[in-house]
Design a protein around this ligand. Structure first.
Ligand code: NAD
Length: 422
């Protein structure tokens, strides 16, 4: 789906406002509160000059948006991408507010980004960019105020540089300033697998909710990166059959089930899942149309849209990627599928374990993997049940709207209790 800033179907800020308005209407929220929530608390635009390896200076622009801090410090990723805009960052920070409230962790929504193509920069240029950007947003971040994390084209190394830069300025180590760090620097065990594991837990709960079981359920996953792989691995450990997966080069299918670890090894060696021994080829588009129990889009946004929505035959869809279904297709699939789990719930495992990482950093006391996974399970199962109960309250609304209503009610209640000052 191409982002057209004038089209409310594809402009992320317009989309975020529409979703807010829809759920606000369901609960009869005052329009002044809706207006309040459409505007972020604060957005900082910064200049990020970087000395390149050849001695020239290039100037990049970066943003940090803090949407709503009424429930706690702002939390959200930092992305490096040539298409980053202020509007996009604001929309993403708004979605983070809802995601954190929905899973009931004490954070508000934040998001940041630098308008840069990181593939054009060397590692040392990326390090200088990261350190300068961290310095530039330092006036509005702290471990109690705003805690960044990795996002598109940023990773645990980026977080290590951010943590180091912030700590050097403070004069002491501040691990809780970012999450998604390497474990050696105060990162959490289980953070890497958290989003995919969360997707698997939600898929298992979804199967239960429609009176079915995950055991031997047929599952197709688009995208075999971090999220797709960990979802596939956890689901196959739960007894599900991963029948098809794909990456940007194409897909593979075997109705008896694919060996997810052998497939991951094969992808590491060859760069793709394509031509995996013992499988048949399938295109990305045809994978989406398979008659499976569960379809998990775990690659990019906008892959299910007006042109292909009528061909989707999965019983359930679990949105692992951010925004894989366009609003038009979501309306259609809401009527057709037994369950469509929205991204703000399905992929919230990452931010939940980010929260655990922050808690561990503040306490300087680290959990074992079992505890991380147990607590993740507890938080997600509760959020899933909340969504099902809330949807029953309203009838056949979008599952996304049910999730949004829960989040909105929590944010509004915090706002009401805190009051408006002065
Ligand atoms: P990743 O880069 O590790 O993997 C992405 C996968 O998608 C790769 O296998 C890639 O080949 C494939 N892909 C890319 N373009 C494709 C296309 N056109 N068709 C089919 N496959 C394609 O990324 P990830 O971390 O696994 O994230 C996947 C999605 O989940 C993204 O939408 C991301 O925003 C979302 N997400 C990730 C996290 C997280 O913790 N990693 C958290 C929340 C949401």
């Amino acid at each position: 789906m191409k982002a057209d800033p004038t089209n409310p179907e594809t402009n992320p800020y317009e989309m975020a406002c529409r979703q807010l308005e829809r759920s606000a209407e369901l609960i009869g929220l005052d329009s002044e509160l809706v207006d309040y929530l459409k505007v972020p608390d604060r957005v900082l635009t910064v200049k990020v000059p970087v000395r390149m390896d050849d001695g020239r200076i290039r100037v990049f622009v970066g943003y940090r948006s803090q949407h709503c801090g009424v429930r706690g410090p702002y939390k959200g990723g930092i992305r490096y991408h040539p298409n980053v805009t202020m509007e996009e960052v604001i929309a993403l920070s708004m979605w983070m507010t809802w995601k954190c409230a929905l899973v009931d962790i004490p954070f508000g929504g934040g998001k940041g980004g630098v308008r840069v193509n990181p593939k054009e920069l060397s590692n040392s240029e990326l390090e200088r960019l990261t350190r300068r950007f961290t310095t530039a947003i330092m006036p509005i971040i702290s471990e109690n105020r705003d805690i960044p994390a990795p996002d598109i084209y940023t990773d645990s190394q980026t977080m290590a540089w951010m943590m180091d830069t912030y700590s050097v300025y403070k004069g002491y180590t501040v691990p809780g300033i970012v999450t998604g760090k390497p474990v050696e620097l105060g990162g959490s065990l289980g953070r890497e697998s958290a989003t995919g594991r969360g997707v698997a837990i939600i898929t298992r709960e979804s199967a239960k909710a429609i009176g079915s079981t995950i055991k031997d359920a047929s599952i197709a996953i688009q995208g075999y990166g971090n999220v797709g792989y960990w979802a596939a691995k956890t689901l196959s450990e739960m007894g599900a059959r991963i029948v098809a997966v794909s990456d940007s080069r194409g897909g593979v299918i075997n109705w008896d089930g694919l060996d997810v670890d052998a497939l991951a090894r094969y992808k590491r060696e060859t760069g793709s899942v394509v031509d995996f021994p013992g499988s048949e080829p399938i295109s990305n588009e045809n994978l989406l149309k398979l008659k499976v129990d569960v379809l998990i889009p775990a690659a990019i946004g906008g892959v299910i849209h007006g042109d292909n929505m009528k061909k989707i035959r999965a019983r359930m869809i679990v949105e692992a990627a951010n925004g894989p279904i366009t609003p038009e297709a979501e309306e259609h699939l809401n009527r057709k599928c037994e369950l469509v789990v929205p991204d703000i719930l399905a992929n919230s495992g990452g931010v939940i374990v980010s929260y655990f990482e922050w808690v561990q950093d503040l306490e300087r006391y680290f959990w074992d993997l079992d505890r991380v996974n147990r607590e993740l399970e507890r938080v997600l199962v509760k959020a899933f049940r909340d969504m099902i109960v809330t949807r029953q309250e309203f009838g056949r609304i979008l599952w996304r709207d049910a999730a949004m209503v829960i989040a909105l009610r929590r944010v509004i209640e915090s706002l009401r209790l805190r009051g408006l000052w002065p």
